[in-house]
Design a protein around this ligand. Sequence first.
Ligand code: GTP
Ligand code: MG
Length: 216
Amino acid sequence: MDMKFTLAPEPDDASREKGRLLFAAPVEFLKGVVAMNGMPPADRLEVCFAGRSNVGKSSLINALTNRKNLARASNTPGRTQEINFFTTTDGPYLVDLPGYGYAEAPVPVVRKWQELLKAYLSGRVNLRRVFVLIDARHGVKAVDEEILKLLDRSAVTFQAVLTKADKISKTEREKVIAQVMAALAKHPASHPELVVTSSEKGEGVEILRTIIATLE
Ligand code: GTP
Ligand code: MG
């Protein structure tokens, strides 16, 4: 299999409008979940945001929805400790996951998160796409690889999203894009288009809105 990775293209006008409309309509916090049996009914498509602690998952959800505080974002790694469900109007659930790889959390807590994360990523039937966020300053790390392998085994399509692109130079950007694409090429479950984002500056946010709004 020859996987050609590219940057996600700028959307055409019709798709861009779909993305705009989905996120112009109300998005509401539904519930925070700590166990599989607390999940809302799998009655619509779902996308989730996974990634290391502090990578910018909650900030990206806030940027997508134009809300400063819908998903909590903070300087304290490990802040999001539940699986948080948000409803869009007539669109998919948006799911903010607890960050992985947060070394300072107590071991039993980490184990519990990991188990819930695994159960969710491999067991949620309506999960249509997992956005795996990668910090543009760091690229794909060993702890990300573990999640990517799990997603390969679960046969859930994932799409890599670089975050905090405002924090790196143009040269660094080219380097990290190449590193991430090379890492992704080894994963059959990877969607072959990379999205580069900055929640701070708004880069890539329209593209991501469009991707979410046009999933089938
Ligand atoms: P956990 O819930 O702890 O796993 O973290 P998270 O992945 O939800 O990260 P969060 O959105 O809370 O962001 C972590 C920190 O990174 C915050 O201080 C954000 O302000 C900052 N941050 C997030 N996105 C960006 C970005 O695009 N650019 C810059 N410069 N900072 C960002
Ligand atoms: Mg968070």
